[in-house]
Design a protein. Structure first.
Length: 118
């Protein structure tokens, strides 16, 4: 999967948009795409290229994050993120797309605006 295909998939979520917040460094601006919620501007995915692979950082429940790291060699503590709550996924072809898409949806839900209780 290419970086653009991954960005386009993330844009299918309601209210999602792509952002390039690291514009002070041209190389970083090209390398990092941040997928955010329009409602609260929270990030749900960080997409970048590193060591010849597309990578994506996704928010994850801490216990599930640890489990995934044990099952998949290409799921690691997220690069430049809180290692407890964020997983990094190296898109080297070893992760089925259906699994990846489920993790993206989970990250989207975990970072969505919370509904207020009445």
């Amino acid at each position: 999967m290419t970086k653009r295909e991954l960005i386009d998939y993330c844009l299918t979520f309601p209210g999602a948009y792509e952002d390039y917040p690291f514009d002070d460094d041209a190389a970083a601006a090209e390398a990092w795409t941040v997928m955010r919620h329009h409602a609260n501007r929270k990030s749900f995915a960080f997409i970048f290229e590193r060591n010849g692979y597309v990578n994506i950082n996704l928010k994850c429940d801490p216990m599930y994050a640890d489990l995934l790291r044990g099952v998949y060699q290409s799921v690691i503590p997220a690069y430049h993120m809180n290692k407890t709550h964020w997983n990094g996924v190296i898109l080297d072809g070893s992760i089925p797309e259906s699994e990846l898409f489920g993790w993206i949806a989970q990250s989207f839900d975990l970072t969505a605006q919370k509904k207020k209780k009445k």
